[in-house]
Design a binder for this molecule. Structure first.
Ligand SMILES: *[C@@H]1O[C@H](CO)[C@@H](O)[C@H](O)[C@H]1NC(C)=O
Ligand SMILES: *[C@@H]1O[C@H](CO)[C@@H](O)[C@H](O)[C@H]1NC(C)=O
Ligand SMILES: *[C@@H]1O[C@H](CO)[C@@H](O)[C@H](O)[C@H]1NC(C)=O
Ligand SMILES: *[C@@H]1O[C@H](CO)[C@@H](O)[C@H](O)[C@H]1NC(C)=O
Ligand SMILES: *[C@@H]1O[C@H](CO)[C@@H](O)[C@H](O)[C@H]1NC(C)=O
Ligand SMILES: *[C@@H]1O[C@H](CO)[C@@H](O)[C@H](O)[C@H]1NC(C)=O
Ligand SMILES: *[C@@H]1O[C@H](CO)[C@@H](O)[C@H](O)[C@H]1NC(C)=O
Ligand SMILES: *[C@@H]1O[C@H](CO)[C@@H](O)[C@H](O)[C@H]1NC(C)=O
Ligand SMILES: *[C@@H]1O[C@H](CO)[C@@H](O)[C@H](O)[C@H]1NC(C)=O
Ligand SMILES: *[C@@H]1O[C@H](CO)[C@@H](O)[C@H](O)[C@H]1NC(C)=O
Length: 558
């Protein structure tokens, strides 16, 4: 054990010496608070250090981030770092298949490197439906100073975490996740109610100076609804999405789907004044005064007036063609460097040989009389033992079996399963997400970025490949799938580990629409994956830790 600890320390020291990386040490007290609710009714909101949303993690490429999480909730907790690739390190991914939960009244320290990444991401609680109660926050990974950013340095940056919200205790929502399609009650910006909603509840306002340009990092932290984001009288230039610099395009409005993040540049080029920032739900009819329309304010420093006039008009929320066309227009900027000086286009997919095609149908099914979501008619059944632990100690034995999940077909029968795909290390995989339901979906893969090569209507067929964009597909970690349609991505599986592939729609995820991709490098020399962390938590088949390890008695003096 001691040698293991030394090797980890040595690894960190070498890393520090070679990259000038910084260590970002954070302590998070995670709790619930009844007073943070955006509406007038009290509801438990998950806070971090007494904040909702949680604090910004502001890192630079290759920094080491350590987050010591103290769980003051009355139930187990895990955080996942949506879009942070955890290179060789799925031990820190913070989902049920990789980590034992942090028990109430205990603390556990995540330690990971934001290796070879830049961009805009979020974190959130990954188990027990807790995300619907908050606990989320922004992550920025800045460029190292030696690498140019493909646009002028903005005057300032703002994180805008926007998402739907239920005005109900999350435990009550969790306990009745039945067949009904529940429509959220509100849409919040940074945890705040829409402008004009209530005189006693704050709304979000960001201050700008006439003539200056700002970077807004917009993320959809909701659990159900896609939204269209826009600012009255202002245009926006899309520059980045989930770690990729995009071909800069000027838009009036931008669709953001559940779990996605973008950076847009906005220039304060209008008369001094106050302007609406809005996010309207997709695939839902709303009126301007609905609490489901998020409203904030872009406030010019010299403004003497309040927001006025009708809200800026966006696309028809049912216009799928608008949305698909916009999605297709989001391209990689091939010439700019990002985390590395090499142009992004160095890693292009114009000429790759595919190892495998995986076709995943997001479906709904009744199993044993209860409501579930499935992938290829299999609803993921979370084992007590994290897959990653079982993988490490017993080659998965007794917890999961490779080769059982159908990667090309839909099971005849809806069943439960511990779905793990055996993927070829360093193989190019084509993944087809088919949405056979009538609501939007969005899919996310931990550990990687997807090359988004195509969107289409109806059932995907091999002939659909003719419509792919293999020239400059954008790379990102979360991709939307339109109702009755498909989305195709490529992924180069060069990051060994146990990786979660899931719907970002919380209900679909929680009720079974997920699986894991096991990427294994057979060659033991040199070992590719990081060893388990020194503070590894044990649970399930491997029982409790012999010594209390990370467990601490809850006491106010932590
Ligand atoms: C984030 O880090 C960057 C790089 O160190 C720094 O320039 C910036 O001021 C920081 N931003 C915040 C909000 O802390
Ligand atoms: C991306 O930008 C390059 C350079 O400006 C341009 O040649 C190319 O057509 C753009 N691609 C798209 C899809 O807009
Ligand atoms: C939404 O509104 C449009 C008219 O604006 C109407 O045609 C449509 O039926 C409405 N859809 C729903 C689901 O209410
Ligand atoms: C792409 O990035 C380069 C920097 O390498 C920048 O000069 C150019 O404007 C960007 N092109 C587009 C279309 O965004
Ligand atoms: C993509 O990579 C190939 C090499 O595999 C190269 O020939 C081609 O020019 C690259 N395409 C772009 C758009 O950079
Ligand atoms: C593209 O692939 C073909 C066949 O796989 C290969 O012969 C060719 O060298 C590749 N071209 C580039 C630019 O990588
Ligand atoms: C797991 O599999 C590897 C090779 O496939 C073998 O060397 C190792 O002994 C196995 N470990 C256990 C605990 O079965
Ligand atoms: C899923 O399984 C159910 C039976 O459990 C079956 O009726 C249904 O047709 C299957 N779905 C598909 C798309 O094959
Ligand atoms: C997993 O896939 C690899 C090839 O990528 C193969 O060698 C191995 O036998 C497979 N394992 C199982 C259990 O199917
Ligand atoms: C719990 O917090 C204490 C005090 O900050 C720290 O020393 C310890 O390493 C933490 N435990 C774990 C398992 O991270």
């Amino acid at each position: 054990m001691a040698s293991l600890v030394w090797s980890i320390l040595a690894f960190l020291v070498v890393l520090l010496a070679t990259t000038n990386a910084e260590v970002i040490d954070l302590q998070w007290d995670v709790d619930v608070d009844d007073t943070f609710g955006p509406s007038s009714s009290a509801q438990p909101v998950i806070t971090i250090n007494n904040k909702f949303p949680g604090p910004l993690i502001n890192a630079t490429t290759n920094d080491i981030v350590r987050v010591n999480v103290f769980n003051y909730l009355d139930e187990p907790l895990l955080f996942t770092w949506n879009g942070i690739q955890q290179r060789l390190n799925s031990w820190q991914d913070g989902v049920s298949g990789t980590n034992c939960a942090i028990k109430p009244g205990t603390n556990w320290t995540y330690a990971f490197v934001v290796k070879d990444q830049i961009g805009t991401f979020t974190y959130f609680p990954s188990i027990n439906y807790q995300k619907v109660a908050g606990g989320f926050g922004p992550i920025r990974v800045n460029n190292r100073i030696v690498i140019n950013v493909p646009f002028a340095k903005p005057e300032a940056e703002f994180d805008l975490l926007i998402g739907d919200w239920f005005v109900t205790d999350y435990k009550a929502i969790r306990s009745r996740l039945g067949a009904s399609t529940e429509v959220p009650d509100m849409m919040l910006i940074n945890g705040k109610a829409p402008y004009g909603y209530s005189t006693s509840k704050p709304y979000e306002s960001i201050e700008v100076t006439k003539g200056k340009t700002y970077r807004l990092r917009v993320s959809n932290v909701g659990t159900v609804l896609s939204f269209n984001f826009r600012i009255q009288n202002h245009k926006m230039v899309v520059v980045e999405t989930e770690g990729s610099y995009t071909n800069q395009t000027t838009l009036d409005s931008l669709d953001v789907h559940v779990g996605q993040s973008y950076s847009v540049l906005v220039t304060a080029d209008q008369d001094d004044g106050d302007y609406y920032i809005v996010a309207t739900p997709k695939m839902l009819n709303t009126t301007d005064d609905s609490p489901l329309v998020a409203k904030g304010v872009l406030h010019y420093t010299e403004s003497g007036s309040h927001v006025s006039g009708p809200l800026p008009i966006g696309p028809d929320p049912w216009d799928v063609e608008f949305s698909v066309n916009q999605a297709r227009s989001i391209r990689w900027n091939m010439t700019t460097g990002a985390a590395r000086p090499n142009p992004q286009g160095t890693f292009n997919v114009s000429n790759v040989t595919l190892t495998e095609t995986i076709i995943l149908h997001g479906l709904q099914a009744d199993i044993g009389g209860s409501y579930h979501y499935t992938v290829n008619n299999i609803s993921y059944l979370t084992p007590d033992t994290p897959l990653k632990l079982a993988d490490y100690y017993v080659n998965g034995s007794g917890v999961y079996r490779l080769g059982e999940f159908p990667i090309h077909s839909v099971n005849d029968e809806a069943t439960y399963g511990v779905s793990v795909v055996n993927a070829t290390h360093k193989g190019w995989h084509e993944i087809i997400f088919q949405n056979d339901l009538t609501l939007m979906d969005s899919w996310h893969l931990d550990g990687y970025g997807f090359y988004v090569v195509g969107f289409g209507d109806g059932e995907w067929t091999p002939g659909s490949r003719n419509s792919y964009n293999l020239y400059d597909p954008v790379v990102r970690s979360t991709i939307q799938v339109y109702p009755g349609g498909w989305t195709a991505v490529y992924a180069f599986l060069d990051n060994p580990g146990m990786w979660n592939l899931r719907s970002q729609h919380l209900k679909r995820w929680y009720l079974g629409q997920e699986l894991y991709i096991r990427v294994h490098d057979d060659d033991p020399n040199p070992a590719k994956e990081n060893p388990p962390p020194e503070n590894l938590l044990l649970c399930g088949e491997f029982g409790e830790p012999l010594s209390p390890g990370g467990a601490v008695a809850p006491s106010p003096g932590w």
